[in-house]
Design a protein around this ligand. Structure first.
Ligand code: AMP
Ligand code: ZN
Length: 110
């Protein structure tokens, strides 16, 4: 990874973020421009550009990401009301940070 990547910098502690959860495979921190009352980013420690670049050996990372989504939804009190887990893929899919991440979005009144 030669090109600078803000999410690699956050994972490695070179850029600031309020890390709310960390596992062997990932970190979770709030989105800097939240689109909902709860908006967290679930970011693998490994630099993977997008879903298009996933390899079979990345399965444990993906499992961890989804489970972290469930866990964080519980911790932030939005499990019962419901939430979105969103992955934007490449420019046409709305991806602007090219380091794989899962958005956990929720907390609207329901
Ligand atoms: P995406 O469009 O899926 O690539 O989403 C990238 C997200 O990263 C956006 O919602 C941004 O607000 C968020 N973001 C960008 N830079 C940072 C940062 N330094 N800390 C937290 N969130 C960020
Ligand atoms: Zn990266």
């Amino acid at each position: 990874m030669n090109r600078p990547c803000i999410f690699c910098d956050i994972v490695d502690g070179r850029a600031p973020a309020e890390i709310v959860h960390r596992t062997e495979h990932l970190v979770v921190f709030p989105d800097i421009r939240p689109q909902a009352p709860v908006h967290l980013l679930i970011v693998p420690a490994k630099h993977i550009r997008s879903v298009n670049d996933l390899a079979p050996e990345d399965r444990p990372i993906l499992a961890d990401m989804l489970l972290a989504g469930k866990q964080m939804a519980q911790r932030f009190g939005i499990s019962a009301s419901g939430y979105k887990l969103v992955v934007n893929v490449e420019r046409g899919g709305g991806q602007v940070i090219f380091h794989l991440h899962l958005h956990l979005i929720g907390g609207w009144q329901r």
